[in-house]
Design a protein around this ligand. Structure first.
Ligand code: ADP
Ligand code: MG
Ligand code: ZN
Length: 626
């Protein structure tokens, strides 16, 4: 098992929003302060006491008003000597400057009275400060509008928020100096050859049209995770020196039905404006799953999005110089309509790297790392079968971190080994307190795998056996092939099954029991045995026959709803065939262990002591004891 962590590089773009936001906050605060200031100035700043018109009239009658200013219906003024108004029962305030309002129907006698009492009267034009008033009245609204605007700006930058729904979310990588080139991708030679054609077309489309050639509009990169599909797509854009719209399938998916379809439309419209360019839809399986499959009916949003994508693919001409690339690691679940001619009809397979390619990939990522002189990349490449490019990169990164933790200067095999174990088996679980009995059970279980693996002739050599508990397993027996295989013989498969069941055999042989620790072994063995029967015709009952019809794995839901291609009777026979293969494998393992019981015991006891031993040590023990 290999675990691949997706260590995808982040696009180099200006996602850095912090200073902008900070600035916004600053302005918002300023705005609030100014508003409050103006507000208080106009409403409280002048220190007029608002009094009733009656009160004003009575003060006037008492001859206590010194002067007034009339502005429209507003009357402000000051008293000769301070007067009181009652607020509550036993609380009153004194005032001199006052403000009051003439009733809206007017008071004809006011002026006469003012004249009589010999009050100085100032008048000011009526529309006093209407601008300021309007401003004040609208400031709160402005403030809210401002806030919404800033929020909008922000959401645009971060690709979230209510306003960005339906917008084209593709990141546009424009021509940058640090563009990814084919040289940054190690191995994958056949894929590169295929892609080179696309590059030439994007560079000189005329050449191809002149000879009447047609260029594929859509191209699909297919391969296991971490093998560099995304990297290759970026390299095509880098080599051709054209803009590159990159979007991930899941980006189309939203809460609201129809949004994904709109995004697809916008993406294609934007791309046409930038032509020649590349649209890259990563992880196509997120939207491209077979329609009408799965339990509980289809997923409306997904299907609408997919339909839109299909019609966009149909809707533009190859003359438009837009190439649509996509990548997936689940081509089996894709809707067949996607690979029809004129759509993603060209498939480029990106395989797991071979040993030579692994060495190349390691070379790329070891460049800026400090490796011990005796560390040979070829050696590491040999010890990492099944690792993807992403895994290898991860391996060197982990090793670098370990160098720091081990207080060393350079990466040695020790760090490589530790890093590989971490990737293959997960982190060590230091805090786990196993009882002596549990530890012994695990030791015998692993020793069982190891002894069977050591004895059987076609098996891959054992690299090491460990009973250090880790997140993914309580113990492990690592085997690495001497050379890469592309085809497997029946004998190899049968022996593999025996090794897988060696753990359970040892439990039964020594302790006459069965543990839950064998669960994973049994699942894997059953899966392999089913494949042997259903796909490879390796059982006695179904020789030269593949009842599954080469359907491969299907995703959940469909698998359940799938109509079997064979009858119930055949189904029963398949189960029987699987069972018989597994039984044979088990008794083979059991017999070997029974025969090499001493070696098994010796190995298990050493394991209990040392927790981890090498393949050579296993050889030694088996050699001595038999
Ligand atoms: P995929 O899209 O196939 O899942 P990616 O392209 O995202 O894989 O690869 C993940 C990372 O692994 C890349 O960014 C790159 O660093 C590394 N990588 C994978 N394959 C290669 C390769 N052939 N050469 C160089 N680096 C690789
Ligand atoms: Mg990818
Ligand atoms: Zn096991």
């Amino acid at each position: 098992m290999t675990s691949s962590k997706n260590t995808e590089e982040n696009p180099k773009e200006t996602q850095n929003q912090t200073p902008f936001v900070k600035q916004n906050k600053f302005w918002i605060i300023i705005l609030i302060i100014v508003t409050l200031f103006i507000w208080s100035y106009y409403f409280t700043g002048l220190n007029y006491t608002e009094i009733s018109y009656t009160k004003f009239k009575s003060e006037l009658q008492k001859d206590n008003v010194e002067e007034v200013t009339l502005k429209g219906l507003e009357v402000t003024g000051s008293l000769k000597s301070p007067s009181n108004i009652r607020i509550t029962k036993d609380n009153q305030i004194q005032f001199r400057d006052f403000i009051t309002h003439v009733p809206s129907f007017g008071d004809e006698k006011l002026l006469t009275l003012l004249n009589e009492k010999d009050v100085t009267v100032n008048t000011e034009p009526k529309p006093d400060n209407s601008f300021a008033y309007t401003l004040i009245a609208f400031l709160p609204l402005l403030l809210i509008a401002g806030l919404i605007f800033f929020q909008y700006k922000r959401s645009q930058g971060q690709g979230g928020g209510i306003f960005s729904i339906g917008k084209n979310q593709a990141k546009l990588y424009s021509r940058s100096e640090e563009a990814t080139k084919f040289d940054d991708v190690a191995g994958a030679e056949s894929a590169k050859t295929e892609l080179q054609e696309i590059v030439s077309f994007l560079k000189n489309p005329e050449d191809i049209f002149q000879i009447g050639g047609e260029v594929p509009k859509g191209l699909m990169l297919v391969g296991p995770p971490g093998t560099g599909k995304t990297l290759l797509a970026r390299a095509v854009a880098g080599e051709a020196d054209v803009p590159f719209f990159s979007i991930t399938g899941s980006d189309f998916m939203e809460m609201f039905v129809g949004v994904g379809a709109k995004r697809v439309r916008n993406l294609f419209a934007d791309a046409k404006n930038e032509a020649p360019c590349i649209i890259f839809i990563d992880e196509l399986d997120a939207i491209g799953r077979r329609r009408g499959a799965g339990l509980g009916g289809g997923h409306d949003e997904r299907e609408q999005t997919l339909n839109q994508l299909l019609s966009e693919l149909d809707g533009f001409e190859s003359k438009e110089n837009v190439i649509v690339m996509t990548a997936t690691n689940r081509p089996d679940v894709l809707d067949p309509a996607l690979s029809r001619p004129g759509r993603f009809d060209r498939q480029v397979t990106v395989d797991l790297p071979s040993k030579k390619d692994r060495e190349h990939i390691l070379q790329i990522y070891a460049q800026n790392k400090n490796l011990d002189e005796d560390v040979k990349l070829e050696e590491i490449a040999r010890g990492t079968p099944g690792f993807s490019g992403a895994d290898l990169r991860n391996l060197l990164n982990e090793a670098t971190l370990l160098v720091a933790r081990n207080n060393k200067q350079a990466i040695s095999y020790q760090e490589i080994e530790q890093a590989r174990d971490k990737i293959l088996m997960g982190l060590e679980r230091h805090g786990l307190a196993l009882t002596e009995d549990e530890k012994r059970l695990i030791a015998y279980h692993e020793a069982g795998h190891a002894i069977v693996g050591n004895i059987l002739p076609h098996a891959d050599p054992i690299h090491k056996v460990s009973i250090i508990p880790r997140t993914m397993a309580m113990g492990a027996t690592q085997q690495f092939p001497e050379q890469e295989r592309y085809i497997y013989k029946r004998e190899y498969m049968q022996e593999r099954l025996a090794i897988m069941l060696g753990g359970r055999s040892a439990e039964t042989l020594i302790f006459n029991t069965a543990t839950s620790g064998a669960g994973n072994d049994l699942q894997e063995a059953t899966k392999l045995a089913r494949k042997m029967v259903l796909e490879w015709g390796m059982s006695e009952e179904f020789e030269h026959m593949a009842p599954a019809g080469g359907q491969g794995e299907v995703f959940l839901g469909e698998e359940l709803a799938q109509k079997k291609e064979y009858s119930e009777k055949t189904n029963q026979l398949v189960d029987e065939a699987v069972e018989s293969i597994l039984k044979q494998a088990y008794s083979r393992a059991y017999n070997i262990l029974n025969e090499h019981r001493d070696a098994l015991k010796a190995l298990a006891e050493i394991l209990v002591e040392e927790e981890e031993i090498s393949g050579e040590k296993v050889d030694e023990i088996v050699g001595q004891k038999s």
